[in-house]
Design a protein around this ligand. Structure first.
Ligand code: ZN
Length: 276
């Protein structure tokens, strides 16, 4: 499967087929299926998204046994912006581009439903989460713990998902996610105050994959706002990471995160103090 060659992790989804009455229906067999051709094929991949792999032989086995299966593409290491025109996604994107400039050239898929999937590479160590409507109506983001339906799959409309010819991975680089988008999707590192009980719980219970970077960023922001020296904050966050992040991030990632928050805090103070 060519998707694997692009470094994409895939797993089988229910497919869509034409019923005797001519309608396209989900292969799960449920007449009431709310998500035709888009939910995991549990008989082959019982853990769904968690079974996603780049292993050629596994993937070949799956799709030989279920040739009508659709292909799920696990996100996280790549991020997909899902533009749904039925909910105004194309208009939302147009407005964002008017403010921030056009999106960089990158991979795009035309979904069988008339929408578009726009692919981005997140910065190393940054975990972009799933979100719906955070960037605007009709704009969803599939990140860590998410998936999208991949090209060659059949949509319930009867059309297939296809790479956009001008945005095909064979000819197009995968663009990094624009900074403005990352900032819009990430929680404010030095955002509104949280109750002390929440911080206590966080420090006591620790954090799991998917929340580590954001948590380190927030705790760092808290420390710096309390005028803790940046190097001391770095030491504290390295210790927090080792003791409370499961699994811990690398020391380099902690250094990078603390460094970037320290820079932001410095800028904030300059603005506050009127330094130019
Ligand atoms: Zn179904």
């Amino acid at each position: 499967m060519r998707l694997i060659g692009y470094g994409l992790r895939v797993f089988p989804l229910q497919g869509v087929w034409r019923s005797p009455t001519g309608q396209f229906v989900c292969t799960c067999g449920s007449e009431k299926c709310q998500n035709p051709g888009k939910h995991p094929l549990a008989s082959l991949a019982p853990r769904g998204l968690k079974n996603a792999t780049t292993c050629q032989s596994t993937v070949e086995r799956w799709f030989t046994r279920a040739p009508a299966a659709n292909v799920g593409l696990a996100t996280g290491l790549i991020i997909v912006l899902d533009v749904d025109p039925r909910h105004g996604g194309d208009e939302s994107l147009r407005q964002l581009e008017a403010v921030h400039g056009p999106l960089p050239l990158t991979w795009r898929v035309l979904t069988g439903g008339g929408g578009e999937h726009i692919f981005f590479r997140p910065p190393a160590g940054v975990e972009v989460r799933n979100s719906a409507g955070l960037l605007g109506p009709g704009l969803d983001v599939r990140g860590v713990g998410g998936y999208v339906v991949a090209p060659s799959s059949l949509h319930a409309s009867g059309r297939t998902y296809e790479w956009s010819v001008d945005h095909h991975p064979d000819e197009t680089p995968l663009a990094p996610m624009p900074d403005w988008m990352l900032e819009a999707l990430g929680p404010p590192a030095t955002g509104p105050a949280r109750p002390a009980s929440e911080w206590r719980q966080l420090v006591a219970e620790g954090v799991v994959s998917g929340a580590r970077n954001n948590t380190v960023a927030r705790l760092t922001g808290l420390l710096l706002r309390k005028n803790v020296d940046a190097l001391v904050a770095l030491e504290l966050m390295q210790a927090f990471n080792a003791a409370r992040c499961q699994p811990p991030l690398s020391e380099e990632e902690i250094t990078r995160t603390v460094g970037s928050i320290a820079l932001k805090e410095l800028k904030r103070r300059e603005v506050r103090d009127g330094v130019r």
